[in-house]
Design a protein around this ligand. Sequence first.
Ligand code: HEC
Ligand code: HEC
Ligand code: HEC
Ligand code: HEC
Length: 206
Amino acid sequence: MIPSHLRPLLLFTLLLFGVFLNPVSLGASDAESGIAYVGESRCKACHNIPKTGLFHDDWAATAHARAFDALTEDERRNPQCLECHTTGYGAPGGFVSLAETPKMANVQCESCHGPGAEHLASAIRNMRNPAAVVPPPTVPDEMNCRGCHNERSPTWREDRYVAPNGKKSGFNYEMAFPRAAHVDVFRALGQDDPDPYQPRVRVPCE
Ligand code: HEC
Ligand code: HEC
Ligand code: HEC
Ligand code: HEC
């Protein structure tokens, strides 16, 4: 169940915090093991500070933050829609139903950055040492977007995006990126970078 590339990291975490000595907490939750989803409300405290970036406000203004609202009453119970219109559907900590997991509706931070439990726990433990914080597991790229932005979407249209050269496509990463990847936040931080593929300067939470 745990992807093999994460296993050494998981073991390290367990050893580091002595969790392995305590079978109760080991079995207690996937949240401890770092592969669980926690929800956007848990990210806001640290990632919505003017000095280090209003990432949460930025996300809240995107279509992703309203992706669940687009579904009708019936569609909100249809597994075929929930996969792309909620966060972590079917995974530990992820969306189950509106009644059980209302905070996991919509396309949230963790849909792009990966399940955040380990990052969250690590950030709380290392409040005074941001450099030691384990980053979220996924660095979002075009493949990540195309996990949802593909022809399996019932609203997919081959001419949704029209590039400056006239080329039409159902998804155009370069054109979609500025509307989903916090470009205005980086700009406000003075980290304007015309190339979306470059990793940015890190923004520690204080
Ligand atoms: C307790 C504070 C805190 C919370 C809560 C928190 N983070 Fe972070 N986050 C940090 C710190 C500190 C860093 C490290 C900054 C650095 O590298 O200097 C960071 C870095 C990141 C990065 C950049 C990683 C990289 O590779 O540079 C992303 C993305 C991120 N957090 C997303 C999230 C998400 C998503 C959540 C909610 C699931 C979240 N954070 C919750 C403090 C927090
Ligand atoms: C978990 C699934 C998922 C992921 C991952 C995802 N999206 Fe989306 N995206 C959606 C859904 C669902 C909508 C429709 C929301 C609505 O309008 O209600 C959407 C809407 C959008 C829109 C506005 C509608 C459009 O296509 O013109 C943009 C732009 C966009 N996404 C860009 C991105 C980019 C860039 C990435 C990757 C960095 C990404 N998305 C990753 C599910 C996803
Ligand atoms: C493979 C991922 C995926 C699945 C599965 C999916 N959607 Fe979506 N949905 C998207 C994306 C991405 C968008 C943004 C437009 C586009 O590219 O289709 C979207 C947009 C929409 C919109 C338009 C929102 C708006 O504000 O314009 C509606 C409505 C919608 N989806 C309904 C559904 C329903 C109903 C189902 C289930 C039958 C479903 N979707 C299943 C990915 C998905
Ligand atoms: C549609 C996908 C998507 C969603 C949703 C999303 N992000 Fe991001 N995020 C990105 C991408 C792509 C980047 C990298 C931008 C770059 O490096 O040019 C990024 C970068 C970041 C960074 C900075 C990383 C660095 O290198 O400094 C932080 C912090 C962050 N996101 C936090 C969040 C938080 C918190 C949320 C939810 C409130 C969120 N993101 C929602 C796609 C997303």
